[in-house]
Design a protein around this ligand. Structure first.
Ligand SMILES: *Cc1c(COP(=O)(O)O)cnc(C)c1O
Length: 393
């Protein structure tokens, strides 16, 4: 087993584990005992592969962005997760988990969502498989994200407002956990990133690793070599882990992850966890997170809802600590400019999350023959209002 992957105890170095209330133990333990058995079953793999191909539209292309490449003096390849059904990488994970839930005999799915992207991806696969779906969402987020709430309802999901605390993602997560404690037998909780108690970070990483297994082969087919750089944005970290997964052992490949610096790292309005974070427990795992000296979680901020998370998954905390991945911080302004640049050079409107990874290209110096693979985690349709307000179109 790779030194970068989870060990039998559920840890990446000192990070990871399952720090959960005792009442959740049976649910998480059932998952821990079953997930690898189910995922390695040939029937499961055949159904997963078929849905990835015929429903999601995989493999997603590896696109050589020629005008962007010209600007940076190197070959920039975009891994086009934006072309997936529902417009981002999140569907890879929700398909995997719904198939797993079915094999565990679950009849009911719950999820939490912040901006609504994970809620939509979950409602989608519940419609696909005819399972009941309840999505917990902060009351404030429900108001801010009306189109995604409408999508979930149209797919038949019940959207429950979390009215406690700051009425955002963390409160929705608490409500979802409470639901799971009360419905341990028939319900599966679909977590949307490489976060949460073991085995979630490893399970989600495995589902998202399809991104790098495809991209590695695609570049080998085109160039007969490994890339020099592989880049992605990080909220909780699932598209980045998926993009890095099959390159972790290839030490010649430089891995770069872009976090949201919001209005600036020192502004008090950011989500730059790798710079500002300290060790602690968040959402059931030991990781690094932004917290006050007495351990209160700090509300994160980013212009992109998907990066607006106060921690990173435990595997990222480990990859940061042992320096296998370089973590960089990108401000709102840098990301917005990079999003506009890609649109004008390539005719592709990226999600603002993905634009954080694009913005890092501006800060680097490349050799002429360098090959860069950058994960375009999602499309920007959902962000049009945000772009329009920012640029006053
Ligand atoms: C949710 C989201 C992200 C951030 O989540 P990760 O788990 O860090 O990948 C990034 N990009 C898009 C398009 C998203 O929807």
């Amino acid at each position: 087993m790779s030194k970068y992957q989870v060990n039998e105890k559920g840890y990446y170095g000192k990070f990871g584990g399952a720090y959960i209330p005792e009442m959740l133990y049976p649910n998480v333990e059932e998952l821990r005992q079953e997930y690898l058995k189910i995922m390695n079953d040939p029937d499961f793999q055949a159904e997963f592969d078929q849905l990835m191909r015929d429903y999601v539209g995989r493999p997603s292309p590896l696109y050589l962005a020629e005008r962007l490449s010209e600007r940076y003096g190197a070959n920039v390849y975009l891994k086009r997760e934006d072309l997936n059904h529902t417009g981002a990488h999140k569907i890879n994970n929700t398909i995997g988990q719904i198939l797993l839930a079915q094999r565990l005999g679950k009849k009911r799915i719950i999820a939490e969502t912040g901006a609504g992207q994970h809620g939509v991806a979950t409602a989608t696969v519940c419609a696909l498989k005819g399972l009941e779906c309840v999505v917990y969402m902060g009351a404030i987020d429900i108001k801010r994200q009306a189109p995604n709430v409408a999508r979930m309802k149209m797919m038949g999901a019940t959207v429950v407002a979390a009215e406690s605390g700051s009425k955002t993602l963390k409160d929705a997560t608490n409500e979802a956990l409470r639901d799971w404690i009360n419905n341990p037998v028939d319900t599966h909780y679909i977590i949307g990133s490489v976060v949460g108690p073991h085995p979630y970070p490893d399970m989600v990483a495995r589902f998202q690793s399809i991104i790098s297994s495809e991209a590695k082969q695609q570049l080998l087919d085109k160039k007969g070599k490994l890339p020099d750089y592989v880049m992605a944005c990080v909220g909780g970290g699932s598209n980045a882990i998926g993009m890095f997964y099959h390159f972790l052992e290839d030490e010649s490949v430089q891995l770069i992850a872009a976090e949201a610096a919001g209005k600036g790292i020192r502004s008090g309005h950011s989500a730059a966890t790798s710079v500002l974070g300290k060790e602690g427990v968040l959402h059931g795992s030991r990781t690094i997170l932004m917290q006050t000296p007495d351990g209160q979680v700090i509300e994160p901020y980013s212009i992109s809802a998907g990066l607006d998370y106060p921690g990173i998954g435990p595997q990222h905390a480990f990859l940061h600590e042992n320096k296998r991945v370089k973590y960089v911080s990108i401000t709102d302004d840098e990301a917005m400019q990079a999003g506009l640049l890609l649109t004008r050079l390539e005719g592709i409107i990226p999600a603002i999350e993905s634009a954080h990874a694009l913005a890092q290209l501006e800060k680097m110096k490349f050799e002429k023959d360098d090959d860069i693979i950058l994960c375009l985690s999602g499309r920007g349709d959902k962000d049009l209002d945000n772009y329009m307000n920012y640029f006053s179109f």
